[in-house]
Design a protein around this ligand. Structure first.
Ligand code: SF4
Length: 271
């Protein structure tokens, strides 16, 4: 029988795993067992127990890493005037989606928001509680911080486009499972192809992973310009992480300045 973890320990573990994830650490491995310790345990007499013996031959090994599925082919560019209706076609196609398990706890599906012909597009991981309630991306505290970041770049929120890797809220704000991300992310790629921004900004490790198709620590992805779907991609911290560790805001601002440089933008008040 699986061992139960008390709720307080479980919440603490979840918070720690989220913290590591925001740092870009997404893979965890069991530490190899010391053979000397194993030999010592084997030599000790068995202790009688009411618990049925587990059959170790039935334990699942850690599954090998699955290669991420290839993204769909890049669609042709549309004239700016046709982009809003093209996005609506994607939204209609998603419909009342039940393609992955995330639909079960969904209140509102969060498709995306902003200028359909934006020069700058932000991509996050998935909706949180506020987004799930309102059906709009980045409307909670993290959204307020993102708005501030956008304003600091000399832009208004309605001038950019914002979307997520998954469009339904993962329970407890957990990271989307690979199957969920793989099922939903093709819609994101189609949104990117329609909006065709000059610069994409991945907010956090999950967004960067799905857009780049590779799992790498965030630290190794920040500070440079990547190429994704014919567009420049900058990787930075998720605003929710910046709320937990405001010391990293300076680093995030440095990332946004790379995006501004690529867009030819200057911070407001600096001519
Ligand atoms: S997360 Fe995406 S694929 Fe899953 S149910 Fe929601 S819209 Fe459908």
């Amino acid at each position: 029988m699986a061992r139960q973890i008390d709720p307080a320990t479980r919440d603490a573990l979840l918070a720690r795993v989220r913290f590591y994830r925001d740092l870009g650490l997404t893979e965890f491995y069991r530490r190899p067992v010391d053979p000397a310790l194993l030999a010592q345990l084997a030599a000790e007499p068995a202790v009688a127990s009411d618990e049925p013996q587990r059959d170790s031959s039935q334990e699942n090994p850690i599954p090998p890493r699955k290669p991420m599925q290839a993204p769909p082919a890049i669609a042709s560019a549309l004239p700016p005037a046709e982009r809003a209706s093209a996005l609506q076609i994607i939204r209609d196609e998603i419909g009342d989606c039940t393609r992955c398990p995330l639909h079960v706890g969904r209140n509102k599906l969060v498709f995306g928001d902003g200028d359909p012909a934006a020069r700058l597009m932000f991509v996050g991981e998935g909706p949180g509680a506020d987004e799930d309630a309102q059906g709009l991306p980045f409307v909670g505290r993290a959204g307020q911080l993102l708005n501030n970041m956008i304003n600091a770049m000399g832009l208004k929120r309605e001038e950019v486009y914002i979307a997520n890797v998954v469009k339904c809220r993962p329970p407890g704000n957990r990271t989307p499972e690979p199957e969920e991300g793989a099922t939903c992310s093709p819609f994101l790629f189609r949104q990117i192809d329609v909006v065709r921004p000059e610069v994409l900004v991945a907010l956090g490790a999950t967004a960067a992973t799905y857009m780049l198709g590779t799992r790498q620590p965030l630290a190794g992805l920040r500070g440079r310009v990547h190429a994704v779907r014919g567009t420049k991609l900058i990787v930075t911290y998720h605003p929710a992480y910046l709320l937990r560790d405001p010391r990293q805001k300076k680093e995030a601002w440095a990332d946004l300045q790379i995006a501004m440089r690529e867009l030819g933008l200057k911070p407001p008040g600096r001519g």
